[in-house]
Design a protein around this ligand. Sequence first.
Ligand code: KIV
Length: 264
Amino acid sequence: MLDKKMDIATLKAKKGIEKITAITAYDALMAHIFDGEVDVILVGDSLKMSFGGESETLGASMQEMIYHTKAVCKGAKHSFIIADMPFGSYATPNMALKNALRFYKNTAADALKLEVGIEKLPIIKALCEEGIAIMAHIGLKPQFMRFDGGFKVKGKDEAQAKELIDTALAMQEAGVFGMLIEGVKSEVSARITQALEIPTIGIGAGVECDGQILVWSDAFGFFDEFKPKFVRRYCDGKAMLKDAIRAYAKDVKSQAFPQAKESY
Ligand code: KIV
């Protein structure tokens, strides 16, 4: 349990010493439960899929991401909070700056995350120069799902591996404080992690990353339509809640609830 607010210096200092722990959250309720138990809470645009029932993240808007980030910031006071910039909100340096400032002014997010390739370097530079803490997201980029024709694992050949390593180094040079690596062959994430001075956080990217993140509804068994290979379920949340809702409905029907002690 963290006893003080996590910061960038502490996250960076963990590299090679202690793994960074991270999970997603989208509201104050869950953020409060996770707060301090993990180093980082990500307000991911995955909320469109895990909670919005959509098959991709592309529909997330600035307004929605700000709403959810505000809620998470209310619930979590110790973990470091990163918010995803949604698809289409950082197409040019000016647009990125305007939207990143909107995030910073309207929420207490500690940092923002952008899905990047080398072509986004001028945008990342512009944000870092303005004093916005940025985590770069490389590898499988869900916002590129339509462009890529699905969720495709990256780093499958030497050309892809080199592109990822070069991109990661360029992003570090531009000033990002950390790298999220998604859906990348383990040996390639290990090479990226070794090449960088900043920490890497992996999802489906093997054990060599400096930390790990999972989407909370996957990790706790609330989403069970399919289970990606990289997910480990730490509880069967869906079954637990199903039992609870059935018990509640049964008690209401039988008038076992409410009793006198639960009434005014
Ligand atoms: O949106 C998200 O939750 C993410 C994770 C998959 C890392 O980017």
